[in-house]
Design a binder for this molecule. Sequence first.
Ligand code: ADE
Length: 218
Amino acid sequence: MKKIQVITLFPEMFDGVLNASMLWKAQEQKAVEFRMVNLRDFGLGPRKRVDDTPYGGGDGMLLMPEPLFAAVKDAKTYDPTAKVVIMTPRGQRWKQSLAQEWSDSETGYIFICGRYEGYDERILTVVDEQVSVGDYVLTGGELPAMTIIDSIVRLIPGVLGGENSAAIESFSDGETLEFPQYTKPADFKGMKVPEVLLSGNHAQIAKWRENNSAKVEK
Ligand code: ADE
């Protein structure tokens, strides 16, 4: 069973996403186990402080090293061989082939979600991977972490329901995204389903789908 932990100041943000649909099913099937680590629990002093101003000046607050290191240590106690991943727009761009690799691997993952203006750079000494979901800046790493978790978990064998869902979405070479699909009715307010899909000619249907698929680089 894949272990996925998330270090975040906002664990409640994950409730809806992890406890619905496919990700919920994956937990029920014991394909994956999620554990939230609330960074606040490792905050300093009676007010459980987690952030401070940057040396050298500048706007905003940074996540301090002590709570972050303590949270990673806690997560590692639970899963000693887990890889530590930090969400940052400076990281390598997430892509389907990485989702496949991380889904296939036996290791667990610990996702650190940054907040505020960033984090103390020294946390990188315990980080294995820096990952970005795109060239834009979000207010925290939570949405990127959810995106990445979803893309990994749905690829765990047995999680995707359909007999041939994997084949549908990529012609098994991982380079092709989905083709357009239609369900009943064949004519909806004059908008007709392409004739070939109604034909029952499997070779022609396969050709049509290939011609109408979006290609992505691996
Ligand atoms: N945190 C803020 N923006 C991000 C992005 N684009 N990718 C990953 N983590 C982020």
